[in-house]
Design a protein around this ligand. Structure first.
Ligand SMILES: Nc1ncnc2c1ncn2[C@@H]1O[C@H](COP(=O)(O)OP(=O)(O)OP(=O)(O)O)[C@@H](O)[C@H]1O
Ligand SMILES: [Mg+2]
Length: 475
């Protein structure tokens, strides 16, 4: 079958080009809201019928007064002269002036030699707020999401806690806050000492948030939680290419991440001896050498260390370097155990119940005087973390708005039952009794620390590895 050429379509390129240009011009002239042409000097030389309706808003009643004038004088905020200067089109733009807001397009006009001889301006839409509503709504939604993500990020970067989050007005609590506030005003190393769950991490955040470094990162490393073999890379980073696999690209260490901010050494007493020497050097020189690199990197970090161990005894026993101990022990702050500040119990419980309610979405519970008395009689080896845990469990067990002493009976092991030897039952083989005692002790330690194995191991006086071992062989 023979194909016939479409009728009337010219076959030479020049004619096609001319036809296309003409068609596009006509199309834009009819679908756009208005069109204008300016010459090389930026004078308005022509406007189409559509454009005329914008004239009153621009302050002109007759087209003759508008045409012939420099475009910059008659159309405020126009960028036509910019197109003339650069020879580059502005295909889509928003123009706002006294006549309103418009979606506009500006295209340079060139002569046969390619020289810019003028420009064409088109108003594609007026009232974009209505005609472009779907697009603008989508854009606004994206903007909203972006703002929210930015807010969240900023909140995450900010310290989690301030001094206001450290609840307590007992003399012991006030003294701790006073020391911590003073520490926040200096750049000196702080050593937070205290039993598990006394608020060492909370206070470290608060000191950072009140310090001159508040706008910079707070970077924590838990020395008991990171496997020994990874600690060095964690602190000092890894140079690109030093390893194959996941770390091939290299990785910044915590020192680098905390630059000009605060480095929190949590569970500092659990630091392996080999690392202690390296850490001491990094702290003294304020410089680190990433693994696999031979370049040192300068850093500026303020250190806050925390431990529930007796560092002095560890120094005496040769398990903690004396020089590092003195390096960390510049401003020691000792956090009191909960049993030594029972006058704060009510305020603490109220605060914790409020946060539990906020997190679970359930109504906030109150404590009856009898419940408070029961709580005051407990020795709190897991301190405030244990208190939080006990309140949470008791709240789960009942729907009553006010928690009674009996609601805590199941949650808190009676203090007497802990120390008294078992009197019930016939004598049984010793290994069985030991195993039983171990199981119940581990259970109470985990309950006291809210399931925190590192702290539970500490309470039991065994290593974390031993605890894991016992947990895994128990069933
Ligand atoms: N003074 C306080 N006011 C309110 N909440 C507190 C206070 N102290 C501690 N908490 C809360 O108790 C819990 C344990 O605190 P944190 O983690 O700071 O203890 P820690 O001393 O670091 O314990 P560990 O040695 O086991 O790591 C957290 O939920 C914390 O918010
Ligand atoms: Mg801690």
């Amino acid at each position: 079958m023979k194909k016939r050429a479409p009728p009337a379509l010219p076959r030479d390129a020049e004619s096609i080009h001319r036809l296309a240009a003409r068609s596009m011009f006509d199309l834009f002239s009819s679908v756009s809201e208005g069109m204008m042409l300016v010459d090389r000097a930026g004078r308005v030389v022509w406007i189409n019928e559509g454009y005329k309706r914008f004239l009153p808003a621009l302050g002109f009643s007759r087209a003759e007064d508008f045409v012939g004038r420099p475009v910059g004088e008659v159309v405020p905020n126009t960028l036509m002269h910019h197109v003339l200067e650069t020879g580059k089109p502005i295909l889509i733009d928003l123009l706002t002036n006294k006549a309103g807001t418009f979606v506009v397009s500006r295209i340079p006009l060139r002569d046969a030699s390619g020289e810019v001889i003028g420009a064409i301006g088109m108003v594609l839409f007026d009232h974009p707020e209505t005609t472009l509503q779907p697009l603008i709504a989508k854009f606004a939604r994206m903007q909203q999401d972006l703002d929210e993500a930015r807010r969240e990020l900023a909140a995450q970067r900010r310290s989690k806690y301030t001094f206001a989050s450290f609840i307590g007005t007992s003399p012991a609590a006030l003294e701790v806050k006073r020391q911590a506030r003073r520490a926040a005003q200096t750049d000196a190393t702080v050593l937070l000492l205290g039993e598990t769950g006394t608020g060492k991490e909370l206070l470290a955040h608060a000191i950072h948030a009140a310090s001159a470094r508040a706008e910079r990162p707070f970077v924590g490393v838990n020395l008991a939680a990171v496997p020994e073999t990874l600690l060095e890379a964690e602190f000092f980073g890894v140079a690109p290419g030093a390893y194959t696999g996941a770390d091939r690209k290299g990785r910044d260490g915590k020192f680098k991440l905390a630059d000009r901010g605060t480095l929190f050494l949590d569970e500092a007493g659990d630091m392996p001896l080999a690392l202690q020497a390296k850490l001491l050097r990094a702290l003294q020189d304020q410089e680190v050498e990433p693994l696999g690199s031979n370049k040192v990197v300068k850093v500026d970090v303020r250190v806050i260390a925390a431990t529930s161990r007796d560092l002095k005894a560890m120094v005496a026993g040769g398990r903690f370097r004396e020089d590092l101990y003195y390096r960390l022990n510049v401003l020691p702050v000792r956090l009191p155990p909960l049993r030594d500040r029972l006058s704060d119990l009510e305020a603490l419980a109220e605060n914790l119940l409020e946060s539990i309610a906020a997190r679970t979405g359930m109504p906030q519970r109150e404590l009856t005087p009898s419940a408070l008395a029961a709580l005051a009689a407990h020795p709190w080896p897991g301190n405030i973390r244990e208190l939080r845990n006990a309140l949470e469990q008791a709240a789960m067990l009942t729907d009553r708005p006010r928690l009674e002493a009996e609601d805590f009976a199941q949650v808190l092991p009676a203090p007497a039952a802990r120390s008294e030897p078992r009197k019930t039952g016939p004598l049984r083989p010793l290994p069985q009794l030991i195993e039983e005692l171990e199981r119940t002790s581990i259970q109470s330690a985990l309950a006291a620390t809210g399931g925190n194995k590192v702290s539970a191991a500490r309470l039991l006086g065994i290593s974390r590895a031993t605890l894991y071992e016992k947990l895994s062989t128990r069933k």
